[in-house]
Design a protein around this ligand. Structure first.
Ligand code: F6P
Length: 537
């Protein structure tokens, strides 16, 4: 395994990081090579603190660490998820009908399209009113019960594609095991017209199964005049890879939409997990969403490094993280429709690249995944941007701009875009003491008003938020995450770090009613358990 920090390019990049000038200086030259377009996504990396020398060295790093061959291995279906010995094939989920990819003896694209067709039939019957609840009424409310990758993608897409959503069917999302979550959704649900989609790859996730059981009891109680075997099949659908657990829950096979262990949870919104999205926007718009993903996949696979948008995005992230020492990236969509996009990216980026050992099990000697977080602009401007501009932490930002509003009526969109561009400029260019003095700023305030700038910004612009452009945008981030993980030599497709907490939680749960068992935990946990029991009772 290649340790990236031992490569020639890594050493050269280290040297370059101490000589690279500030962004405002770099902007004196038109660095057109940092402005790229793919699948309708216009990415401008010219507000990054890098030049052609740095970029060429980053390309050398890509070559030295074998990113392209790992990429090709992923697309071919090789078992690049080494700790789970699985292929990583979310790209097959959006491969066009009629194409084929044989992996481990099976045509996975054929399988994908069988499920997509099954989903389309189901979505159409719900949308047309043909699917009836147990009392004979059509469905007008779909509740997706899932968490992590089985929630964030569909929940994000439902808002992002609001302009495409059928107004006759609303979708709600229940994820948290906090009973307040499911209760608040049930409170405005009509049992006769609500359909629950239990979305869980494993069908064992505590939160999802707890909420699904609550939903089942709720509906069975309210429709108690109807037999269980009439209510559950008319009001429950399962999206899972675990047929046995679905059957045990009581959901008939005909209501189960499958996928495969080669779809990671955080890469699953375009698998059966997207059923709520398909019901909301319709099968044809869902096909467009997949086409957008696919267009970016093709670009990532085929485009040379120099014009490859996910490669450049991933390299900018590597440069910022490993050579400029930036630990966190703010995702700032200037679109209310993308309000859940930062939350979606948190899982995609941090569950994928929050790793401390390389694939061979050796600890890394360099930083890996940055912390991703964010809020839509302009709201964030009136909240945390102060720290972005003048705080002591260096934070880079992805500013996402949608050029066209879906139903233009006012000039608010222009105001919004002007703000996005202004923030990109101020973050990266800033304002100096000399400039402030020239503007006649009160000398006592100059120090307070200096904006240091030099905060790297990637500007991502799309013409319109459509199913297709959303798919391309998500795939851009997926592949950027891939590029970073490949350079770091980590496994971006497992998530061992989330397992221990689940195990400990179930141990704690089992011990609440056995006070003598409390001693098996560390003293702080034992104290908190006693305190909780005391306060509860
Ligand atoms: O806890 C992490 C995780 O395994 C995620 O990777 C996954 O998206 C989520 O839980 C939900 O898992 P499932 O779809 O199996 O319920």
């Amino acid at each position: 395994m290649i340790d990236p920090s031992t490569t020639v390019s890594w050493s050269t990049l280290n040297e370059l990081s101490s000589t690279i000038g500030p962004i405002r200086k770099l902007l004196d030259h038109d660095r057109a090579y940092l402005r790229l377009e793919a699948a309708g996504i216009h990415a401008d990396f010219s507000r990054q603190r890098l030049d052609s020398t740095v970029l060429n060295e980053l390309f050398n790093l890509v070559r030295e660490t074998g990113v392209e061959s790992l990429r090709d291995a992923m697309f071919r279906g090789e078992h690049i998820n080494t700790t789970e010995d699985r292929p990583v094939l979310h790209t097959a989920l959006r491969a066009p009908a009629g194409s084929s990819l044989v992996v481990d003896g099976t045509d996975v694209v054929g399988q994908v399209h069988e499920v997509l067709d099954q989903m389309a039939r189901c979505a159409e019957s719900i949308r047309s009113g043909e699917w009836k609840g147990a009392t004979g009424k059509p469905i007008d409310h779909v509740v997706n019960i899932g968490i992590g990758g089985s929630d964030l993608g569909p929940a994000m897409a439902y808002i992002a594609l609001g302009a495409y959503v059928d107004p006759h069917i609303s979708c709600s999302f229940v994820s948290n095991v906090d009973p307040a979550d499911v209760k608040s959704v049930l409170a405005h649900s009509d049992p006769e017209t609500t359909l629950f989609i239990v979305a869980s790859k494993t069908f064992t996730t505590t939160e999802t199964m707890t909420n699904a059981r609550m939903a089942r009891s709720w509906i069975l109680q309210r429709l108690s005049d109807y037999p269980v075997d009439q209510v559950v099949p008319r009001h429950f659908i399962a999206l899972s890879t675990n047929g046995a657990a679905v059957e045990e829950f009581g959901i008939p096979d005909s209501n189960m939409f499958g996928f495969w262990d080669w779809v990671g949870g955080r890469y699953s919104m375009d698998s059966a997990i997207g059923l709520s999205t398909m019901i909301a926007i319709g099968p044809s718009n869902f096909s467009d969403l997949l086409a957008g993903f696919h267009a970016m996949d093709v670009h990532f696979h085929d485009a040379p490094l120099e014009s490859n948008v996910p490669v450049l995005m991933g390299l900018a992230a590597i440069w910022n993280r490993n050579f400029l020492g930036i630990e966190t990236t703010a995702v700032l969509p200037y679109s209310e429709y993308l309000s859940r996009f930062p939350a979606y990216l948190q899982q995609l980026t941090m569950e994928s690249n929050g790793k401390r050992v390389r694939k061979d099990g050796n600890p890394v000697s360099y930083s890996t995944g940055a912390i991703y977080w964010g809020e839509p602009g302009t709201n964030g401007q009136h909240s945390f941007y102060q720290l972005l501009h003048q705080g002591t932490s260096m934070i880079d930002a992805d500013i996402i701009v949608v050029a066209r509003e879906s139903q233009p009526e006012t000039n608010s969109q222009q105001v919004l875009v002007a703000n996005a561009l202004a923030q990109a400029s101020v973050l990266s260019v800033g304002v100096t003491a000399a400039e402030l003095e020239l503007q006649g700023t009160d000398s006592g305030l100059v120090a307070h008003k200096i904006m240091p700038g030099d905060r790297p910004v990637s500007m991502i612009m799309i013409q319109e938020l459509t199913p297709r452009s959303l798919g391309a945008l998500i795939a851009l981030y997926e592949h950027s995450v891939f590029v970073q993980g490949a350079i770091w030599g980590i496994n971006s497709f497992d998530q061992w770090g989330v397992e221990l907490g689940k195990k400990v939680a179930s141990g704690i749960l089992g011990s609440f009613e056995k006070p003598e068992a409390v001693t098996q935990f560390d003293s702080a946990t034992a104290y908190s358990m006693r305190q909780y029991l005391e306060l509860r009772d």
